[in-house]
Design a protein around this ligand. Structure first.
Ligand code: GLC
Length: 467
């Protein structure tokens, strides 16, 4: 079968997306926790990056040192950007040093502010898509944060009295705004220092986060209490990734256990999805696996986060293999390993061009439904890449009707070859051991306006639109 035929087959399958989108409007209530913040978006060019390197006298060996993965001084921001730019990867480094924040304010600036944090981004997207009631956790909710919420009647935060209120109207005056720098760069951009040329192989981003509240996993009492007393349908969980071991991070992860236990006790049918997110601190990453994963039904992660998990779970060979060649067949080996080790009912990996989910037969949504959910997610997230941000319903479905990309079909074909399941290429579903795999080729936007928050949107829409 040639590409065009395959594209037609998948276009036919994607025709289900509008009816899946309708189903989202029947979901009663969803809560998103814990991290909501403000993102300062900056698109950086290779030439600007070069200027920063020269002006700050960063030695060439330092900008090539990929073992650095955190800040020790403000100008390390530049090292982080170059690391991600030259490898086309996404990383987030966190700090509680306000000098780094001030340095970025002075030296980088930004193009615009928008909603940030898994909890905030997902809340906006799901409320826009029409979920009946969306409750977002905010550990800081001053006016500037409120302004990042969409002006929607189904989108709530918690006010000073711990009562749900339309998120955009809340102003917790004593809270401080939490601003993260999202530094995005484009594929093909380049710069030269001496005789070394740095070329960006893939559009991506580096996030520099100064966020004293999310770093302490401060929890809002109103939100905690709401989930102790109301039965919501889904909880989309994230926000452990800014924690650091030397900042009490492991204990903060552990402190979440009684909170989750109580929510589950009140609402045993609550479905919890955990978005792994880029967690640089190894002790915290291990603690998430040990203490949080046992509470969750579903896990979502991207290629990079997969590599990070493999590295702490005794699979560094596979991790470096994937790092060298990030293809669907290798990532599938990781997926099945993680499915078994994490022992969750459902795990979804989203890579460039392909989403794959491994699930148990008795997961609440069937694999067929999950496939439809993933196609819906592919439409919504590519629409987000196309638009830059989703602010109106029409923005979320802009790419409806576009063909899936050739690269996506290559990845799916690669996977079906590896599994000796030729039908996977046209059906998107097959059995693997005791599980069911569903995989969809996605729509790729060549010049995305933004990439931040893509993973969050993919994971949450895949799960919910698969209902
Ligand atoms: C992380 C960052 C946040 C960003 C989000 C996007 O949570 O801290 O700034 O909006 O990732 O996924």
């Amino acid at each position: 079968m040639n590409y065009q035929e395959l594209q037609e087959i998948w276009a036919k399958k994607y025709e289900t997306v509008p009816s899946q989108l309708e189903k989202l409007k029947h979901i009663r209530s969803v809560a998103t926790a814990f991290n909501t913040n403000i993102d300062a978006i900056l698109k950086i060019k290779g030439s600007t990056l070069k200027k920063l390197i020269v002006e700050n006298n960063i030695p060439i060996n330092e900008i090539q040192d990929i073992s650095i993965s955190g800040f020790s001084r403000p100008s390390d921001v530049i090292i982080g950007i170059v690391k991600c730019f030259s490898r086309g990867i996404a990383e987030e480094w966190v700090t509680d040093d306000i000098n780094i924040y001030s340095w970025m304010e002075e030296n980088l600036g930004y193009n615009r502010l928008q909603m940030g944090g898994q909890a905030g981004i997902i809340a906006n997207a799901l409320a826009l898509l029409g979920v009946k009631k969306v409750l977002a956790h905010t550990n800081s909710h001053p006016k500037l944060q409120a302004q990042q919420f969409l002006n929607l009647d189904n989108l709530f935060g918690f006010n000073d009295n711990g009562i749900p209120e339309k998120a955009v109207n809340i102003s917790r005056e004593t809270d401080i705004p939490l601003i993260h720098w999202i530094i995005e760069f484009d594929k093909g951009d380049s710069f030269q220092i001496g005789d070394k040329t740095f070329i960006c192989p893939k559009s991506n981003r580096f996030i520099a986060t100064y966020d004293p509240l999310n770093m302490k996993l401060v929890m809002n009492k109103g939100f905690i209490n709401y989930l102790n007393t109301h039965k919501i349908s889904y909880l989309l969980l994230s926000g452990f990734h800014p924690l650091l071991e030397n900042n009490g991070g492991v204990d903060l992860v552990k402190n979440t256990i009684p909170v989750l236990r109580k929510w589950k006790k009140h609402n045993p049918n609550l479905i919890i999805h955990l978005e792994i997110a880029s967690t640089q601190d190894i002790a915290v990453r291990k603690a998430i696996v040990k203490y949080i994963v046992p509470f969750v039904d579903s896990v979502g992660l991207n290629e990079r986060e997969t590599i990070d998990l493999l590295n702490i779970l005794g699979k560094s060979d596979l991790a470096s293999d994937i790092e060298k060649n990030t293809t669907s067949d290798r990532l599938f080996d990781a997926l099945i390993f993680l499915k078994k080790l994490l022992n969750v009912k459902r795990i979804q990996l989203h890579m460039f061009g392909l989403y794959m989910t491994l699930q148990d037969h008795d997961f609440i949504h069937s694999a067929e439904q999950n496939l439809k959910g993933m196609m819906t997610a592919a439409v919504v997230s590519s629409s987000k890449a196309y638009n830059g941000e989703l602010t109106q319903y029409g923005d979320a479905i802009k790419t409806l009707g576009l063909f899936v990309s050739q690269q996506s079909l290559n990845e799916l074909s690669n996977l079906s070859g590896k599994l000796h399941e030729p039908d996977l290429l046209i059906k998107g579903i097959c059995r693997v051991e005791n599980y069911i795999l569903s995989a969809v080729p996605t729509i790729i936007i060549d010049k995305p306006k933004t990439l931040v928050g893509m993973g969050d949107t993919i994971s949450s829409v895949s799960l919910l639109a698969g209902c």
